[in-house]
Design a protein around this ligand. Structure first.
Ligand code: CA
Length: 245
């Protein structure tokens, strides 16, 4: 194996799928470790550094859900792509709630998966590029360069996708983004039908920010269109000036 190759942990119990996907990824120059059950996945993850995890949801020994949790307990940084069976809508939602960055529905073409993997690495690389940028909204501080956020002074961990989503919206307060734009900007590809994943990310983001969708402070739903970010009550704060409370 080339030591500078990106490493991928591939967790899939169906050998035919695992072998096909591994072959495609290998051809792309990635270093792939394939395992067939959840327990082995956790063990491999503890032994080696991986740059990305492809994780089937339905697995023997330990479910993909539990594996995802175990990985997220150790690090929030590694991108995770979940594999779910067709129609398991709730499972996709579960995947995002657990902190997966993307999902792909079976049956899928290995080509599409490879495209997702590439997009995921492009995003990770962009995130690593040095740039000093801090968006300060008072109770919410988004440190783009440090890839972290502070809510009321406390650091809150976001997944790569949640961070990208928040940063995208917050860079242009007041601008309405439709879901398809957000899919392209946040997930890095333009396949149709994945707009709903943005809703899941927004839901998670709101929970982490403590933002109430019925009475939002930052993230506003624009019905039938998408979302926008608002810098809260800057005018009020400046206008009164006299008291600080
Ligand atoms: Ca399976």
């Amino acid at each position: 194996m080339a030591s500078d190759a990106r490493s991928i942990l591939l967790v899939e119990d169906e050998k035919a799928i695992r072998d096909a996907v591994a072959a495609y990824l290998d051809r792309e120059g990635y270093w792939v470790v394939g395992v067939g059950d959840g327990q082995s996945a956790v063990e491999e993850f503890e032994k080696h550094h991986f740059d990305l995890v492809i994780l089937d949801l339905m697995l023997p020994k330990l479910s993909g859900e539990r594996v995802c949790r175990a990985i997220r307990d150790k690090t929030s940084a590694v991108p995770i792509i979940m594999l779910t069976a067709k129609g398991e809508v709730e499972d996709r939602i579960i995947g995002f709630e657990l902190g997966a960055d993307d999902y792909i529905v079976k049956p899928f073409s290995p080509r599409e998966l490879v495209a997702r993997v590439r997009a995921m690495f492009r995003r990770a690389q962009r995130a690593e590029e040095p740039q000093v940028e801090v968006l300060d909204f008072g109770d919410l501080v988004i440190d783009i360069s440090g890839h972290k956020i502070l809510v009321e002074g406390k650091q809150v961990d976001l997944t790569a996708s949640e961070f990208k989503l928040l940063a995208t919206l917050a860079r242009h307060p007041g601008r309405v983004y439709n879901r398809m734009e957000l899919v392209e900007k946040v997930l890095g590809y333009d396949f149709e039908g994945y707009e709903r994943t943005i809703d899941s990310h927004v839901k998670n983001l709101r929970a982490k920010l403590g933002d109430d969708p019925k009475n939002p402070k930052w993230l506003y739903t624009v019905h039938g269109v998408g979302y926008r970010f608002e810098a809260p009550a800057a005018d009020d704060a400046k206008g009164t000036g006299a008291s600080e409370g």
